[in-house]
Write a new protein. Sequence first.
Length: 333
Amino acid sequence: MDIRDGFIDSIGNTPLIRLKRASEETGCEILGKAEFLNPGGSIKDRAAWAIVKDAEEKGILKPGGVIVEGTAGNTGIGLALVARARGYRCAIVIPETQSQEKKDMLRLSGAELYEVPAAPYKDPNNYVHYSQRLAQELAGQEPNGVIWANQFDNVANRQGHIETTAQEIWKQTDGKVDGYVSAVGTGGTLAGVSMGLKEHNKNIQIALADPHGAALYSYYKHGELKSEGSSITEGIGQGRITANLKGAVIDEAFRISDETAIPLVFNLFEEEALCLGGSSGVNIAGAIELAKKMGPGHTIVTMLCDLGTRYTSKLYNAEFLKERGLPVPKWVA
Ligand code: PMP
């Protein structure tokens, strides 16, 4: 029998899907890890469980305790559902600019939601700092413990990817993986997969796919944190070296524009029936760049982070795309 025991046990062990057009055009095997099939609908279920599991093991969270986090959405959904499955409460701080679909899902999942205006990281009202203060305030009132998940700088996040995501990729490709590419939100995925895969074979090429508006491309290329432009993608685009990124070996970096990434997302839906969010487009564009650099015959893995249904009011909305000067497919108009 092959049975998973509830929500927590259903996280991870996602399939690797061959991306047909990307593979044919590059002569490489381009494989997307189907993270949208996690039970909370995104790659962030892994980080949510890794962080809560770590807090349980350290004894800082007891039944009825509270999990507090600042999140662009997917981590919050993962945390709210992990909280529900394990008997905790969950309070989430989210920038109001994030999609309505994610906010709705957070409320339905039982999260107490705090929407705050979008502000840069150096602003004390930035959602991350706000959530840290909220955790400190609640800590004095809650007898069963409060944790601030702190996904950006809590390395339990990347540890989860070292122990699960990287090992799955190694096994699923029979150790034949040559390259791995993904974008960075917290850096937990990229750093964790890099560390986990390089333990098996240090020659596996690890590449960053950075959207416009993020500062890491220029850091890994030229040693300087510097951003340029902006992006409609959500959940990715980092301006600093988080604790999760520290010490990770990143061999290559590509800067990916929305004009490159978004048509890839639409094309994948039209031709291969996979309806994904914008970060998957940045990842696939990065995988194509790495394939071109490495040459034909290589196996390159990337992440398909979440479903397009989380963005029907934005990425799959004609008005939204037109306002931003992005191409509108006939079937969206
Ligand atoms: N894609 C999406 C849709 C996300 O929500 C996130 C996480 N915020 C990422 C990619 C990036 O993952 P990580 O935080 O591990 O860098």
